[in-house]
Each structure stands twice: as structure tokens, then as C-alpha cells.
Design a protein around this ligand. Sequence first.
Ligand code: PGA
Length: 254
Amino acid sequence: MSNERRPLVAGNWKMHGSRAANTALLDAVVARLGKLDIDVLVCPPFVYLAEIAQRLAGTTIALGAQSLCVEPVGAFTGEVSASMLKDVGCGYVLVGHSERRSLFHEDNGVVARKFAAAQAEGLVPILCVGESLVERQGEHTFAIIREQLDAVIQLAGISAFANAVVAYEPVWAIGTGLTATPEQAQAVHAFIRGHLSHQDANVASALRILYGGSVKGNNAAELFAMPDVDGGLVGGAALKADEFLQICAAANRS
Ligand code: PGA
């Protein structure tokens, strides 16, 4: 981590939770988070957002959604728009999570449109990028990530990254227990910052780049110690108060 960028830890709950479980988890996190010099946010499923926004009012924890519709309004059954997310209290939204890309066939073009749709309503998009195991083994990691970034730059412009966050999540590390080594993460984070820096050095140096993929209480500190790792996007460990708090504490120290 660097002193210039405020660390950020985001919990991606994916399709987990219930009203009772959410309350228990947030009560435990809020009670023990303390005053940290970092940003913390949680991304619960859509249906819980409004209720959780109320629970988080007056705390330092922000709220994010896990996805959004590319369209602002209209006949799009089952979808949720950026303005609705804003309306219920979200400040952030994930776009391009690998599960959205692979299971729901969201390509780079759709991800770029979601990024722009989020910003159009004043939400901060957290753009997820990352390579699969086959892509890494074929040494295509940088090419894949460059394409994922370029699609967004082309549509939204480099200056849009001044109000965005990027999360590097190697697909092979998500939910598998296989974490990228700190050096592997740093290499890709430096590549991302360098690639954006060719277009705007100030935007690139201020951009927060999170690492995601089996971040746990016991490996967070070494990942966050890397100079271009500015925090974490945490899945499984965000569902356990102890683990999540440990990760937040590691971000605060790094
Ligand atoms: P994980 O998920 O921490 O369970 O690997 C990370 C993510 O998919 O955001």
C-alpha cells in the first residue's frame, strides 16, 4: 500500500445471507470495527440493500451492490437500475465480476456500459478484471486485462477512472482457497496502474486497485503490504465477522 491512497476493503456477499444472518454479521462487524483509517463497504444481494442501508446509517461502513442494469429505466424484467441503487443508499457497485462475466455472459462491452451507467448516477463502479487459469498458463494475463480495461477506457474515457475502483481478481483464485502470491498480485497491479498511466499519470497514481481471490484474515497483511495493492475485494471471508475484521485491521496497518 502507499500513503497516497486510502485503503479500501469491500465485502462481496454474493448470493449469501438472510435477514437474520445479515443482522448478526453486521452487528458483530459494527460493534468491533473501531475507528480505522480505511474505507469499508459491504455488497449484499439486491433485496437486502434498503434494509441494510438503514442498519449502516450512522456507521462508517458504506454500501455497494453486486451488479446493475445497463439501462436507466424501462421494460427490463428482473433488472435493477443505477438510480434505484442510489435511491436506496448505495455508493458503490461491482461491475464485471468474473461470475457475471462467465455465468451470465457479460462481455467487455456490457461491462463497460455498466461502468458508465453507474457513474451516470454518481455511483462509484468497482471494475473487476482478471484472467482464468488457462489464460495465465498461456501467458495471456496482461493481454486479457488490457482488453478488459481498454473496453471501459474506450467507452467512458480515462478520466472516468478518477471516480472508480479497479479490483484484480484472478479467476483461479476466487473461492478456491488458492490465493495469488503477493508478488503475483503486485505484478498485475503494477501492470494495471502502468497501463492507465500511459493515458493519465495522475489518474493512475490516485486509483485504488484492490486484490480479490481467497483473501483471508491470515494472508491479507502480506498482500496489502505490496505497493500497488490498495485493499481487498473479499468474498467468503466477508461472511465471517472475525475474518472480515481481521482483513480490515490488516488494511489499516499496511
Ligand atoms: P473469495 O471471492 O474471497 O471467496 O475468493 C472474492 C470475490 O469473488 O469477490
